[in-house]
Design a binder for this molecule. Structure first.
Ligand code: ADP
Ligand code: ASP
Ligand code: MG
Length: 412
């Protein structure tokens, strides 16, 4: 008998009818002779609403109370799904993070899972129950409720699979797998049967919502068998995330990812001297603000500008934190541009083929799209453009790399 963890995201549990459908998916898994542990997200839109309430009262510092509010949606869904499973004739029990417990560090809104005690869940399974775990929540060593970052139920599911040494972790969502680009914006995007952990990680880290990046990182580290499937269709297909060496030989470029979750920030006229970047990173690290694509450019004698991308949710805190340390850093002002989109082209081809960056930039130029920032590594190239240019950029790049076709050929 296999033990499988099944995770259902917000759209999959958006209302009572969907919850009853989820109960049938779980039943089928049981009929297949498997043991099941379920992890649930909040109903679609609920976490946004809760976060909105909390931020309206206290916009600046993320606090433990913020996490008490934000984590509440998962409690409702865990209880409701346990009821739906019972209604469908199965034995079930809901678990909140503190009841298991799921131990995390104390970083409000972005805590990291440190340890999960498997005993309560194993006991529940031994009693023939289906444990229904509230995703996204944790418990800090100080006994406070934490949350583990937006989209975190994916990571809860993988962490539970690791703790229980489960045979598989299936992520049920509102698309039937991982596509070459977001299928909502690129209608001819193609579902991928398999993806390597590394490719999936790069996609998630670049902003493809379908899996939280930390869940992929954890699955890769512990070799968790991970699949992405639809809970809305009966299609058995999906995307299987496999070990890097198992990934079938693919074309040069495998996906185009976009993110509208970030803003471009510029610190103007910083002192151009040793130690400034170290101070900047330390200050942001202490405030728990992640900065991506950081670049420094010389402006005038003794001065430089620093550009970077931060999460839109961190804009206010970024401004406040930087202003606190303005003297030490010596910058003149901060510019923030929210009207940006980040587009990331992912593929091993970038490693060896210098024609690809040229082709990416030429494709955007042909659409008269101006590029504000560029970052490239061995396997990805990220470009920051105006938000209104996102659709033509995605469509153009997806087309030029022929990602709609099943075997991508060398782009001309
Ligand atoms: P859930 O609520 O189930 O966790 P999410 O909204 O977090 O679901 O993730 C699913 C969404 O991810 C899809 O609706 C889709 O719009 C988006 N997405 C972005 N990029 C991709 C991609 N490359 N393949 C599939 N889905 C993607
Ligand atoms: N409900 C949380 C969110 O909206 C966690 C999740 O859905 O994975 O971010
Ligand atoms: Mg999600």
């Amino acid at each position: 008998m296999a033990l499988n963890v099944l995770k259902f995201g917000g759209t999959s549990v958006a209302n009572l009818a969907r919850l009853e459908h989820v109960a049938q998916v779980v039943r089928q898994e049981m009929l297949n002779g498997n043991q099941v542990v379920v992890v649930v997200s909040a109903m679609a839109g609920i976490t946004d609403q809760l976060v909105g309430y909390s931020q309206a009262l206290c916009p600046h510092e993320p606090t433990a109370e913020h996490d008490v509010v934000a984590s509440a949606g998962e409690q409702v869904t865990a209880g409701l799904l346990a009821l739906a499973l019972k209604k469908a004739g199965m034995k079930a029990r809901s678990f909140l993070s503190w009841q298991i417990p799921i131990h995390t560090d104390s970083v409000a809104t972005n805590a990291r899972i440190q340890h999960i005690s498997p005993d309560k869940l194993l006991q529940s399974l031994r009693q023939g129950e289906i444990p229904v775990v509230a995703g996204f929540q944790g418990l800090s060593t100080e006994g406070l409720i934490t949350t583990i970052g937006r989209g975190g139920s994916d990571t809860t599911a993988v962490a539970i699979a690791v703790a229980l040494k489960a045979d598989r972790c299936d992520i049920y969502t509102d698309v039937d797998g991982v596509y070459t680009a977001d299928p909502r914006l690129v209608p001819d995007a193609r579902r991928q049967d398999t993806l390597s952990y590394s490719e999936m990680f790069e996609m998630a880290a670049a902003g493809a919502k379908v899996l939280q990046a930390r869940s992929v990182e954890m699955a890769m580290k512990h070799s968790v068998k991970l699949r992405v499937l639809s809970s809305l269709t009966d299609s058995p297909q999906g995307t299987e995330i496999v070990a890097d060496q198992q990934a079938v030989e693919k074309g040069n470029i495998t996906s185009i990812v976009h993110s509208l979750q970030e803003a471009k920030v510029t610190l103007r006229n910083l002192k151009n001297q040793p130690g400034i970047a170290a101070k900047l990173y330390t200050t942001m690290g202490n405030a728990n603000i992640l900065i991506d694509m950081m670049t420094q450019s010389h402006t005038r004698e003794g001065c430089c500008d620093m550009d970077g991308m931060i999460s839109r949710g961190d804009i206010e805190r970024f401004g406040e934190t930087m202003n606190q340390f303005r003297e030490g850093l010596g910058f003149s002002d901060i510019a923030i541009d929210k009207n940006v989109a980040k587009i990331t082209v992912i593929g091993i081809g970038l490693r060896s083929n210098m024609d690809i960056p040229a082709l990416i930039c030429r494709t955007l130029a042909d659409e008269s799209i101006n590029i504000h920032m560029i970052y490239s590594s061995e396997i990805k190239m990220s470009l920051v453009i105006n938000q209104q240019s996102l659709q033509p950029a995605l469509t153009g790049l997806h087309k030029v790399f022929r990602l709609a076709q099943s075997t991508q050929k060398e782009a001309a």
